[in-house]
Design a protein around this ligand. Structure first.
Ligand SMILES: [Zn+2]
Length: 301
């Protein structure tokens, strides 16, 4: 039995160590789709060997790293079930894994996550005073969402990016600064380039919080998206929301995906309360998301 340690307390170091351990134990393909500004890898794994792909990603926002813990826990549970030949929340993985591949980037913003978890100590000294200023002179970074250049990675994609820019701060900030241009940051560019190469059937982007699922963008989602959204809601108990009401522009990853490919894309907001969510919520979040995650492939076999 692989020791996951406390499954919820997952920073970049823990993610790297645990993925490495899983790769050693199972035949697991790990690759980096790019590096963050400070050189941390955007680790990405592939579960299954099917020709149809689904792309999952999490921790776009520094103080939402519990989403990476959920995805890591899922990777572990999937591999364990597949090896045992056990049903996985009622799903026959042995069969499904030959039909559908799940590509997963648990942590899109490893620098931001590190800043929230460790503060300025783990950040190279030349960045510290600038970050402190962008954080309004506060040493506590728990509300930080952006990457290390103060760019909000979920306002970086080419879905009404300009609106997101106009409606947000025009300078680096803890959140909502869309950057100087779409995909200006290495993290968002890596995710977009990987998506363009993979052209998945569907994408799922994990955020927190709210226990809701956003499933549409400017009514451009295909008819199948509504059906899948209903299933995801049934499996998780999360509430469906068509478009983000505060669509102050967008720049969001799932919005770009829907707009660009007219394929289903979803943002899932886990947990309730103020980010970073308390670790005690993990069990509830896992119970809600495990069946949802287990069934994703069944929509495309
Ligand atoms: Zn978020």
């Amino acid at each position: 039995m692989l020791k996951l340690g406390h499954p919820t307390n997952i920073g970049y170091t823990e993610l790297t160590a645990q993925l490495t351990a899983l790769a050693k134990k199972y035949s697991l393909e790990i690759k980096s789709i790019g590096a963050s500004l400070l050189g941390r890898q955007l680790w990405t794994v592939r579960l299954g060997q099917g020709t149809k792909s689904i792309y999952l990603s999490g921790a776009y926002h520094g103080n939402e790293w519990l989403t990476a813990a959920v995805l890591l826990h899922f990777i572990n549970a999937y591999l364990e079930a597949l090896e045992k030949g056990a049903l996985f929340w009622g799903v026959n993985l042995a069969q499904l894994s030959t039909q559908v591949s799940l590509w997963i980037t648990p942590m899109v913003n490893p620098d931001g996550v590190t800043l929230v978890r460790e503060g300025l100590n783990e950040i190279p000294s030349q960045y510290r005073s600038t970050l402190w200023r962008w954080n309004y002179g506060n040493n506590n970074f728990r509300y930080w969402k952006a990457n290390i250049r103060g760019v909000d990675l979920n306002r970086q994609f080419q879905a009404d990016w300009h609106k997101a820019y106009l409606n947000g701060p025009k300078l680096p900030a803890p959140k909502y600064f869309a950057g100087e241009s779409p995909e200006s940051e290495p993290e968002s560019r890596a995710v977009a380039q990987f998506t363009r190469k993979l052209i998945p059937e569907m994408v799922i982007a994990y955020h927190s919080q709210g226990e809701v699922i956003y499933w549409n963008y400017k009514k451009k989602a295909p008819p199948t998206a509504r059906r899948i959204a209903r299933e995801l809601s049934r499996l998780s108990g999360y509430t469906l929301i068509g478009s983000n009401p505060q669509e102050a522009g967008s720049g969001g990853f799932k919005d770009w995906f829907i707009d660009h490919y007219q394929r289903p894309g979803f943002t899932i907001e886990i947990g309730r309360g103020i980010n970073p969510l308390p670790l005690q919520q993990f069990d509830r979040i896992w119970r809600q998301n495990a069946p949802l995650l287990a069934h994703l492939g069944t929509f495309f076999r």
